[in-house]
Design a protein around this ligand. Structure first.
Ligand code: GLC
Ligand code: CA
Length: 549
């Protein structure tokens, strides 16, 4: 194949792996994952085949929100190691052709950041305007803006008698992006990291930085895109780094604003439309309803087709904030292996950059807790307190946490069958999921039919076939609701991807005669596709050779 695309980027062909450092690998027995631990596991990641690691925050932090509350952007959290370890991680990764994507948390800092300590010290302090301070209204908060972690987003600071804004916890005061000194300080810090040779940034809740709190505008504020264009020009512009924004409210139209190459903002955004499909509209993430496969198909097709050349998709099921996908939309009991592979095939055959969250590649599951004392996550703890007060039963609340709580994703990585899954020789900061005897990396590596090898093969296929990276997407419309099938077309080739998204057999029929099976989660052969009965969660990709287009 000789077609050459102009203006292509390494990150369009990449698969990214997210590491949550606290839970990945402990190297010194203190029960907390660390940078040296990640270095020990780089060969494993190389074997999987990924091109970049998105590292959740490793900066100095008092850990009110596990590192998403930063007290020094240019120092490493002491539990994780030193800056020398960080430099070594970047170098060791580079040797294996793996880039390090840093988590950029600049909507807020920790209240222990020197800027905030100065800022709160007096109204006349030069750092006062680094944060968002307002006077109270008749002895009350300035307005009724709420924090994502519940309660008012305004906190009274006794010292100066004013309120500061925190869209997350009280220990995460929001930076004032309207202040050019704040923006400059952030750009300098970003350049400090770029000079170290990192591969890019994942930008935490970046859609909030243009907020106008007095008008209760938080997401997608009017200056947001000006700020991002300025950031691009002052930092990573022209350097071909991967930049991905976390944007909860993005529609395809909004996503184009961020990722249209002509606008010089970001490479891509994480859009969350599919993530909300099993939640009651207009309510919270804790209020659940069953997923409709038809809606999932609609949302994915929309994003696949509407971004066009004016943007780029990110593809993900999981991250450190979301429950494990095999427990959520697969089946983590009878069909764990089969459904995990189906979910992998479905996602990795789409157009965009796929992200794998640690442990997803071996089908790690949610874990079950019986008491709130087993929870570390601030979001779950705050929700528990709030709902107990509102009269919900404890059983009901724990069910919600077991289904959607963020600690589901944060239990330690399951490496092998030894004590605490080989994560630590000490006491893990968060208990290991008890199923580690059955679900672990060593076991998957020893079984050529494991979930791990499906992921490995999907990554390999993406490197080999431009069709996966560049081909167009077309949904197959006339299938059973539970079957998610689509084509990818590129030059004169078409592939067909078929996934049974259910624990029941389904009949699939299409008048196509494949020439070759690319990947499947069965040992079947796929020659004629009319009137086939698919097993629960069966999934396959076939080459139809000549293109319909
Ligand atoms: C993002 C992070 C989440 C964090 C929040 C505040 O949503 O992914 O973990 O709690 O921002 O920084
Ligand atoms: Ca450690």
């Amino acid at each position: 194949m000789t077609q050459h695309k102009t203006n292509t980027h390494w990150w369009q062909e990449a698969v990214v792996y997210q590491v949550y450092p606290r839970s990945f690998q402990d190297s010194n027995g203190d029960g907390i994952g660390d940078l040296a631990g990640i270095i020990q596991r780089l060969d494993y990641l190389k074997h999987l085949g990924i091109s970049a690691i998105w590292l959740s925050p490793v900066y100095r932090s008092p850990n009110d929100d596990n590192g998403y509350d930063i007290s020094d952007y240019e120092q490493i959290m002491s539990e994780f190691g030193t800056m020398a370890d960080m430099d070594q991680l970047i170098q060791e990764a580079q040797k294996r052709e793996i880039k390090i994507i840093m988590d950029l948390v600049v909507n807020h800092t920790s209240d222990e950041h020197p800027w905030f300590i100065e800022s709160r010290s007096s109204k006349a302090n030069p750092y006062r305007d680094y944060y968002v301070w307002r006077k109270g209204l008749n002895g009350e908060t300035p307005n009724d803006l709420e924090s994502t972690f519940l309660g008012s987003a305004w906190q009274l600071d006794e010292g100066t008698g004013e309120y500061y804004l925190h869209l997350f916890s009280k220990k995460q005061p929001d930076l004032n992006w309207e202040n050019p000194s704040v923006r400059n300080a952030i750009y300098n810090m970003m350049n400090f990291w770029i000079d170290k040779g990192i591969g890019g940034f994942r930008m935490d809740v970046i859609d909030l930085v243009g907020k106008i709190p007095d008008q209760k505008i938080t997401g997608n504020g009017p200056k947001l895109h000006d700020y991002l264009q300025e950031m691009n020009a002052e930092t990573f512009g022209g350097k071909d780094l991967l930049t991905v924004g976390e944007t909860w409210g993005a529609t395809p139209e909004i996503a184009k604003l961020y990722s249209d190459p002509k606008r010089n903002e970001l490479s891509m955004v994480f859009q969350f439309e599919h993530v909300g499909l099993d939640e009651e509209p207009g309510k919270s993430k804790w209020d659940l309803r069953p997923l409709q496969i038809s809606e999932l198909k609609k949302v994915f097709s929309k994003w696949q087709t509407e971004l066009g050349d004016q943007g780029w998709n990110s593809l993900f099921w999981n991250n450190h904030d979301l429950p494990r996908i095999v427990s959520r939309w697969g089946n983590d009991r009878t069909y764990r292996v089969q459904s995990a592979k189906m979910l992998a095939i479905l996602l990795h055959m789409l157009k965009g950059t796929p992200y794998i969250y640690q442990g997803e590649e071996i089908g790690m599951t949610n874990r079950v807790i019986h008491d709130i004392t087993e929870i570390e996550d601030i979001e779950s703890k705050n929700m528990y307190a709030d709902r107990v007060e509102k009269g919900y039963s404890k059983r009901e609340i724990l069910t919600a946490i077991n289904t959607k709580g963020r600690d589901n994703a944060r239990t330690p990585m399951q490496w092998d069958n030894t004590k605490d899954a080989g994560f630590t020789t000490g006491t893990p900061w968060l208990a290991v999921n008890e199923n580690y005897h059955e679900i672990n990396v060593a076991k998957d590596l020893a079984d050529k039919n494991s979930i791990f090898y499906t992921y490995q093969k999907l990554i390999e296929l993406r490197k080999k076939h431009p069709l996966i990276v560049w081909g167009s997407f077309e949904l197959v419309e006339d299938t059973a609701e539970e079957i998610f099938a689509y084509y990818r077309h590129y030059q004169n080739e078409s592939w067909l991807i078929v996934c049974n998204f259910s624990d029941q057999e389904q009949v699939f029929s299409l008048d196509e005669t494949p020439t070759e099976t690319i990947i499947a989660n069965t040992q079947k052969t796929y020659t004629r596709l009319s009137e086939r009965t698919l097993d629960p969660y069966e999934s396959f990709v076939v080459n139809l050779a000549s293109s319909v287009n």
